[in-house]
Design a protein around this ligand. Structure first.
Ligand code: NAG
Length: 422
């Protein structure tokens, strides 16, 4: 016990002796001081009272906390600003359907906002189950002002069905490494740094917006021209952890009428794996550039205009134009790497990461949404050349047709001509 004098037990008393060395003298004085303390502390009733008080306080603290969590309703949660979530329960049936978080990154997007809102209004998925989350970054145009106007219109619409469950706007600049023009954005050298920056932006938006009640996250770009109004349901019904539609863009007829747009949705190839082995760990492979010949099967090129829209293709990388993701994928730790993850960044890295976490990643080759056509300067040049080429060809064809016509009345070939002109 503390009350025992420890020095008594070995029978030595710390008696000062003038013959002791200075060092041993100070040692014995220290010992005496310590003995003094040891003997005095427990005898002070004040200390005992404080200790008892502390014990009582902590006991009551734990008891009251336990009661708060176990007997809900017996306290006023609002005044405590307390929210309790049972994350073991699926949030799915809470409100008669799965809650979906819509994440929409915006950057100098004023030109596309009216189109985006037209799509939002048309979505058939119950708006009361949808939470809108915008990230406005690095914008010099009227994106923010117009967003406010269009949101006000949407949320005050006379038709209550139009109203989304909630809307959030996050503003943060990430710095623009490159211009927002088509040629700037799509040049090879700009791709790696650009993708890493976009990845960061996506992660900021996601981590700010995702709530426990969300079962799905739907990522959507603002510059989509045509998309089925049932897209959320259409993607959802396949029950994949990560799923994307095919993304094409319409082209002027002289350029062929249409073209695969999103080349970031692909299946891994042997050639790309070999390429990755040769590259430094921090190199980012970007798809669709001659500099990196990956020979991967692309979702975009797997399209058959008459193919079954429900056909599913397993993927490794995904593009970010329109992705439906189960929220549990993010909760398991997948995100958009703003660094080289297995030599990929952003959405392609996200696809790879999701696969690494054993989630299903898929695409719909024959289910197409259409990106807007924004011609680059090169596009415009090519467009002019092709237009002239096409005109010349048309003339030649017309000539040979006349000749062919005279030889035999080949009806199918005439039909083909008409079809290609459409
Ligand atoms: C939304 O639906 C309306 C009415 O059907 C249609 O006119 C409009 O083009 C649709 N918007 C988009 C972006 O497809």
């Amino acid at each position: 016990m503390l009350l025992d004098d420890p020095l008594k037990s070995d029978g030595r008393l710390p008696i000062y002796s003038p013959f002791e060395s200075r060092r041993s003298r100070s040692k014995s004085r220290n010992l005496r001081n310590r003995t003094y303390c040891l003997r005095r502390r427990p005898t002070n009733p004040l200390i005992l009272v404080i200790l008892l008080g502390l014990l009582l306080f902590t006991t009551f603290h734990f008891l009251s906390e336990g009661r708060l969590l176990s007997r809900r309703g017996s306290y006023d949660a609002e005044s405590l600003n307390l929210k309790v979530y049972d994350l073991a329960k699926s949030p799915a049936n809470a409100n008669g359907g799965d809650r979906v978080l819509l994440c929409i990154p915006l950057r100098d997007a004023a030109n596309h906002l009216p189109l985006l809102f037209s799509h939002l209004r048309n979505l058939t998925y119950p708006h009361s189950l949808l939470d809108l989350s915008f990230l406005v970054s690095d914008s010099k145009d009227r994106t923010r002002e117009l967003l406010d106007e269009l949101l006000l219109e949407l949320q005050m619409d006379g038709d209550p069905y139009m109203h989304y469950n909630s809307v959030e706007i996050f503003e943060k600049d990430f710095g623009q490494l490159v211009g927002q023009g088509f040629s700037d954005r799509h040049g090879f050298a700009a791709q790696g740094p650009r993708r890493k920056l976009m990845a960061k932006a996506r992660n900021w938006l996601l981590t700010s917006a995702l709530k426990p009640e969300h079962s799905w996250v739907y990522w959507r770009d603002a510059d989509i021209e045509r998309s089925p109004v049932t897209i959320i349901e259409d993607l959802m019904k396949h029950d994949k952890d990560v799923i994307v539609p095919n993304v094409w863009r319409p082209l002027p007829e002289a350029l062929g009428g249409e073209q695969p747009y999103d080349l970031n949705s692909w299946q891994e190839s042997e050639a790309a794996l070999r390429l990755a082995k040769e590259l430094p760990e921090d190199a980012v492979i970007v798809e669709g550039y001659a500099e990196y010949a990956t020979w991967r099967p692309h979702l975009a090129y797997s399209r058959d205009a008459n193919g079954n829209v429900d056909e599913v293709l397993d993927l490794d990388g995904v593009g970010g134009v329109s992705i439906l993701v189960k929220a549990k994928v993010f909760r398991a730790g997948a995100h958009f790497p703003g660094f080289a993850f297995l030599n990929h960044a952003e959405t392609e890295g996200f696809g790879k990461m999701s696969r690494s976490l054993k989630f299903t990643v898929a695409g719909l080759p024959h289910y197409v949404i259409w990106h807007i056509f924004e011609p680059s300067e090169d596009d415009q040049k090519v467009l002019k050349e092709k237009e002239e080429e096409a005109k010349a060809k048309e003339k030649e064809k017309a000539k040979s047709m006349e000749v062919g016509h005279e030889a035999s009345k080949d009806v199918p070939s005439v039909n083909r001509m008409e079809a290609s002109r459409k």
